[in-house]
Design a protein around this ligand. Sequence first.
Ligand SMILES: C[S@@+](CC[C@H](N)C(=O)[O-])C[C@H]1O[C@@H](n2cnc3c(N)ncnc32)[C@H](O)[C@@H]1O
Length: 351
Amino acid sequence: MLIREGEANIEIPMYKKLCKKMPVFYNPAKEFDRTISVVFLKAFRKIKKKKLSVLDILAASGIRGIRLAIEVDGLREVILNDINPNAFKIMSKNVVKNISKLKCPVYLYNLDANAFLFSEKKFFDYIDLDPFGSPIPFLNACVRFIRRGGILAVTATDTAALCGSKKEACLRKYDANVKKWECYPEVGIRVLAKAVIKEGAKFEIALKPVFCHATQHYYRIYFQQDIGANRVDELIKKIGFYDQMGPLWLGELFDEKFVERMYEEALSINEERLVKFFSTIKEEAKIKFPFYLKTSSFGFEKEPSIKKLITKLKEYGFTASRTHFDPKGIKVNTNLAEIKKLMTRLNNKKI
Ligand SMILES: C[S@@+](CC[C@H](N)C(=O)[O-])C[C@H]1O[C@@H](n2cnc3c(N)ncnc32)[C@H](O)[C@@H]1O
């Protein structure tokens, strides 16, 4: 079955149902996620102003790494690895299929991800970790092989564990106590961020979130690496509890410098969904306070539109924005106590 995604053409065997048992895993619903990684790497390459070495450690059909090698200028190399021999054969064919379009050398490996990292002992400017379910089994190795200032991009698809639907699984895998709450995608992202930051901290590696996004099916965070105990301590200070949930990462989820660059790249790609997504992220990235509020939680008898509510909050001097986490979510630059006071005032008025 032929697939065109971004500027890549790949071929994968026909399948009836999307599952782990497919000869090679390919999820068409993750195309947007892969396009975001192209946008991220284009922006990162411009920020770094140097050639980057890229590792797609769980590459499956090779689609993500192949797209990066075609669509991003200035990469030194892209390495694709997958433990599954079928995936290895298919990704090899897919690399050959796209050979004339590749802008950098692409190297292929058929190894266990952790074995690859510990045996190669090579450092990368960008490691992409996109597992089935939880990234935990690969984190220890991945955090140690990022070059200084490089990026670790981590996906998790075990969203039920991360966001509190499966409390025991969250405690077991992520060492956090969370409850199912209306802002659950942001809870999930903050649990995942905490787990990755703590894994880096063991080795005095600081991993600061610079970009993230969440859907119902997966959470994804891009971390920028730095080294030094002080930098790690600064991150650890921002891990804590919120409304008896935690420990969670309570610091920033976006770095505005990255978001601004990514927005410019998205404009140059000019796809409606991408531009809309980055327009929202650009606004929400300005608000550093954890957690958004649902329009329903303002307690109006007749719920006002999100647009009206944001305008009103701005009139009261707050910075407020939509959030990509939820179409009915609002980010506000203040704490819950202030918002509660404001809600009481607003509820007495017609808005
Ligand atoms: C979710 S898929 C990756 C999807 C891919 N990144 C994409 O965008 O299409 C996860 C892949 O990890 C591979 N995998 C699972 N365990 C592995 C291990 N220990 N080492 C290397 N690869 C592994 C699987 O064979 C599978 O192809």
